[in-house]
Design a protein around this ligand. Structure first.
Ligand SMILES: Cc1cc2nc3c(=O)[nH]c(=O)nc-3n(C[C@H](O)[C@H](O)[C@H](O)COP(=O)(O)OP(=O)(O)OC[C@H]3O[C@@H](n4cnc5c(N)ncnc54)[C@H](O)[C@@H]3O)c2cc1C
Length: 310
């Protein structure tokens, strides 16, 4: 097996263009498990750990640079958004961005163990594209956009809603790498909830994220491990966005919370597997949807965004 170790992002893109079957490796917490268990034996590994700008983040002061994607897709003014390198490990997301992205920080806290959170990254979670990956629901709820690049075509901005194509399949071409993901600092309360068979070191039986976007009078959602891909519950979002008393910050009715839970459940299409049955997942998703909505709306009424302590 060849081992490619580019020192710069440009070299990494060039190496990927030349060796399309090279498997990128960042934290290695998925890649090394698969190699050790002989699930996968790629002809080459493309080690991204020397590319230091993959482990930086900043606040964007302009739209994403775009060469291959003109006009940039999506046509959103991303000034003020966070641009987070694909290789920033979970432990740093929690510590450095917990106050700006509480939903993603809560999800990051549930990933594996301290060792896994020290190495694992959202870029790797996106690369693996498991329906059970914990970063996906908050990325969907927060309208995240994935910045992919290739040497030949430059930058492609892929909304998270278009990134997940199937079980462990994503929208990357074989010469593309994920450079970063973009998401706005939380404009309102965000929550993530996950059910596992125990509290730590567990792959989600199912998971759910909610993000309130009060200025737009809108709710974002993300459903995890309850369909072939992570997905939004769009009918539930539309119902709730219209139903909530954004102006008066009035109380949440039980009927609204229940209907929201029902609509989230209808958006799921889970399977029976070793971790849980489809019926259990559907039930659990609706309970998590109601609970997280109750917490988020209560924070909104109190005028707080829950800060994720490091
Ligand atoms: C014990 C254990 C517990 C775990 N628990 C959880 C959990 O609770 N929740 C959870 O979601 N996951 C869990 N995982 C899975 C894993 O830790 C996560 O998916 C993590 O986010 C992977 O990140 P990484 O940087 O280690 O990725 P890597 O293993 O380096 O790569 C993963 C995939 O992404 C691709 N990739 C990496 N970087 C890029 C890039 N820049 N561009 C394109 N493709 C790229 C790789 O080629 C590979 O296909 C666990 C794993 C282990 C071993």
């Amino acid at each position: 097996m060849d081992f490619l170790r580019p020192a710069t992002w440009e070299d990494a893109l060039a190496a990927k263009a030349e060796h399309r079957d090279a498997l990128p490796i960042q934290g290695g917490t998925d890649v090394m498990v698969e190699i050790n268990f002989d699930v996968h034996r790629p002809p080459a590994l493309l080690d991204l750990n020397r590319v230091t700008d993959l482990t930086t983040w900043d606040i964007a002061d302009g739209p994403a640079a775009s060469r291959g994607d003109d006009p940039p897709h999506p046509p959103v003014d991303m000034r003020g958004w966070l641009r987070i390198g694909a290789g920033v490990p979970y432990v740093r997301l929690i510590k450095e961005l917990g106050d700006k992205l509480p939903g993603l920080a809560q999800a990051s806290r549930t990933v594996g163990s301290p060792q896994i959170r020290n190495r694992g990254s959202v870029g790797g979670n996106l690369g693996a594209a498991s329906p059970a990956g914990d970063s996906h629901p908050p990325l969907l709820a927060g309208d995240a956009v994935i910045e992919a690049q290739s040497a030949a075509r430059g930058t492609r901005m892929i909304p998270a809603t278009e990134f997940y194509l199937g079980v462990k399949r994503n929208a990357l071409e074989d010469d593309e790498l994920i450079r970063a993901f973009w998401t706005a600092p939380a404009p309102g309360p965000q929550y993530f909830s996950k059910i596992g068979t125990r509290n730590a070191m567990v792959i989600a039986v199912c998971s759910f994220a909610i993000a309130l976007h009060p200025e737009e009078r809108r709710v974002g959602t993300g459903v995890g491990s309850a369909a072939p891909t992570p997905r939004r519950a769009t009918a539930a979002e539309e119902f709730l966005s219209a139903e909530l008393d954004w102006e008066g910050r009035g109380p949440l009715s039980i009927a609204t919370a229940q209907r929201f839970g029902e609509l989230v459940k209808e958006a799921a299409s889970p399977i029976d597997d070793v971790r849980g049955t489809a019926d259990y997942r559907k039930h659990a998703i609706s309970v998590m949807a109601r609970r997280t909505l109750t917490w988020a709306w209560s924070d909104f009424r109190d005028g707080t965004i829950r800060k994720e302590a490091s």
